[in-house]
Design a protein around this ligand. Structure first.
Ligand code: DQA
Length: 142
């Protein structure tokens, strides 16, 4: 199974950025753990701080891979373009957040992605990604 993880703006700073909210772990280190846990999954990772590059990646993999796990970070709350990109592809997309955005500022309660995704995992720290991947592997093996 081929899955694409897409991380949006400022998530390249995980491990150093607002550790009280996002934890002290760097994503590349966590990704190694994910790859060793999900040995049968071809896990691909892309991060960008640029909205158009995130949209391009959705187009690139969205007709070919088995699924996308996306944390669009701040663009979640602003980007009609990312929502439209998700609507435009046939493969399932899972929206992920490290924090529970509903327990935070009101502007984080709105997502332009949520209406177009298969499911949402949030609030479990980096484990949110693990749970999202499991949702694909468990569904397939049912
Ligand atoms: C985030 C939540 C967003 O509100 C925020 O802008 C982020 C990270 C999360 O993973 O909790 O950058 O998507």
């Amino acid at each position: 199974m081929k899955l694409q993880i897409i991380n949006g703006p400022n998530l390249n700073l995980l491990g150093t950025r607002e550790k009280d909210i996002y934890g002290g772990q760097n994503f590349e280190v966590y990704l190694k753990k994910l790859k060793s846990k999900f040995k049968n999954v071809d896990l691909n990772y892309f991060q960008s701080n640029i909205e158009g590059e995130l949209i391009d990646k959705i187009h690139d993999v969205g007709f070919d891979f088995d699924g996308i796990i996306i944390n669009a970070a701040a663009y979640t709350h602003t980007s009609v373009g990312l929502g439209d990109a998700i609507r435009s592809i046939p493969i399932p997309v899972i929206e992920v957040h490290i924090s529970n955005t509903y327990s935070r500022e009101e502007f984080r309660h709105k997502s332009f992605l949520s209406a177009h995704v298969k499911g949402i995992v949030m609030g479990f720290g980096l484990m949110s990604y693990d749970l999202a991947i499991s949702s694909f592997t468990e569904t397939i093996s049912e």
